[in-house]
Design a binder for this molecule. Structure first.
Ligand SMILES: Cc1ncc(COP(=O)(O)O)c(C=O)c1O
Length: 446
């Protein structure tokens, strides 16, 4: 144990072989940010420093780090059942977890398809949507509508409906038949809003224009994040999601809410769908379902969607889709223990109760040098910085480096935005600490 612990805290001396995703590899390898262990609200670096986690890992460790009940559940499961085939076979915890997740989801979203990441969840949702129309005899509905500034992971489906230029431009022609709604952000009319902006529901009306262009009979589904996280925390304007729902209903189009970030408490509810009183046809989830401990993602579909597939001879596979590691026993054990913890500690309610204090603390950064906008919703804040004249993203990158190396805090930056999304166990004092540190960092990179 002592040896293992010591070894894991030694920094590797050759960083070349690992090609890191969404990372500036050369800059990173000159000044690596290496984490050895974590506990509750903190990370510990390989050189023994303690950092407060302002980002719940990558928006995923909602219950905090290395929580004992989750750790023990994973350990127990690993000793009991390592793996069971996911096709034509299963293990009991998969059903238990599916039931628990469907109980958290709104209305008749009561069938859960498991996969291993948010990207897989998105591709699964898009495939289910297309196949659903096909099995109902509306196979002409093949078009998918995403949104500019949307992030739906890195699969070909996800980057096609996604709206981040850098994630798309090098990867060929992507999926055919995809169109995009405009982003919902308009700084001139929304700057420094706490929660959902008053301005912007009309952005949903663009769906009518897109449907008119292609004809409803060709459109399968619309996919949006209730809050666009990865492009800088863009909460849905008031009434926006409701309007999307109405237009989808009018034209027989499925509405998919990508809740990979917003699921499991980030906005103070099990799913953001509940916060907005909107019942989507499909919800995607990942991240918080296991509090980031074991990879898992999934899709929750409304009952009529599942039922539409349950036809034909019973020995025939109904949906030709699935992953070797769908509902992996370790992920299910982690998921069940995580959901227990969320319930026992009332962490979703806690996020809801802390929202106003979190927003106030964030807004105190208004007026600091280069701060162009601050947005908050749930336990999430996005802070836009002005770019340096010599390059977009340089100031935010400097902020991230400074946070890790000098201010003992983990922050996330995307473009020129600092995103803060702490675990839902964050205390009021820690909220203060996080924003004090970020204020110091913003001054330092001015
Ligand atoms: C809304 C949304 N969808 C999908 C994904 C992709 O998830 P993963 O990185 O687990 O594939 C993310 C990741 O941040 C996300 O924010």
């Amino acid at each position: 144990m002592a040896t293992a612990a010591r070894q894991s805290s030694i920094a590797p001396n050759d960083l070349e072989a690992y090609w890191m995703g969404f990372t500036s590899n050369r800059a990173f390898k000159k000044a690596p940010r290496l984490i050895a262990r974590a506990k509750d609200m903190h990370y510990f670096t390989t050189d023994g420093r303690k950092l407060i986690d302002g980002t719940a890992g990558l928006w995923c460790c909602n219950a905090g780090h290395n929580r004992e009940p989750i750790v023990q559940a994973i350990q127990r499961q690993a000793a009991e059942l390592d793996y069971a085939p996911a096709f034509q076979c299963a293990h009991p915890q998969a059903f238990e977890l599916a039931n628990r997740i469907s109980a958290l989801a709104p209305a008749d979203l009561d069938h859960v398809f498991f996969c291993n990441s948010g990207s897989e969840a998105v591709d699964t949702a898009l495939k289910v949507a297309l196949a659903y129309h096909a099995v109902r005899g509306e196979a002409s509905r093949t078009r998918l509508i995403g949104r500019e500034r949307g992030y739906h992971g890195v699969g070909f489906g996800g980057i096609s409906v996604g709206g981040i230029v850098a994630n798309r431009k090098m990867f060929g022609t992507l999926l055919a038949g995809v169109d995009h709604l405009p982003a919902t952000y308009d700084r001139a009319n929304q700057a420094f809003t706490k929660g959902e902006p008053e301005y912007g529901a009309h952005f949903a009306d663009e769906l009518e224009r897109i449907v008119a262009l292609h004809d409803a009979s060709t459109v399968a589904a619309v996919i949006v994040e209730p809050m666009a996280g990865s492009t800088g925390v863009l909460p849905a304007p008031k009434g926006y999601l409701q309007r999307l729902r109405q237009i989808c209903d009018k034209h027989g189009i499925l509405l998919i809410l990508d809740e990979v970030i917003t699921g499991f408490g980030r906005l103070g509810f099990p799913f953001a769908a509940e916060r907005y009183g909107v019942v989507p046809d499909i919800i995607t989830f990942a991240k918080g379902v296991t509090s980031g401990t074991v990879p898992m993602g999934g899709v929750i579909a409304r009952k009529p969607i599942y039922d539409a597939f349950m036809r034909g001879p019973e020995h025939v596979v109904e949906l030709f889709h699935g992953y070797t590691y769908s509902a992996h026993p370790l992920a299910c054990a982690a998921g069940l223990a995580t959901l227990d913890l969320y319930r026992r500690e009332k962490l979703f309610e806690r996020a809801y109760q802390l929202e106003a204090k979190f927003a106030d603390a964030a807004m105190r950064l208004k007026g600091l040098p280069n701060v162009l906008d601050i947005r908050t919703v749930g336990l999430t804040a996005g802070i836009d910085l002005a770019s340096q004249p010599d390059g977009v993203g340089k100031r935010a990158y400097a902020a991230m480096e400074r946070a890790f190396h000098d201010e003992e805090i983990m922050i996330r930056v995307t473009g020129e935005t600092i995103a803060l999304t702490p675990p839902l166990i964050v205390s009021e004092d820690e909220i203060g600490e996080i924003f004090d540190k970020v204020a110091k960092i913003i001054r330092a990179v001015a």
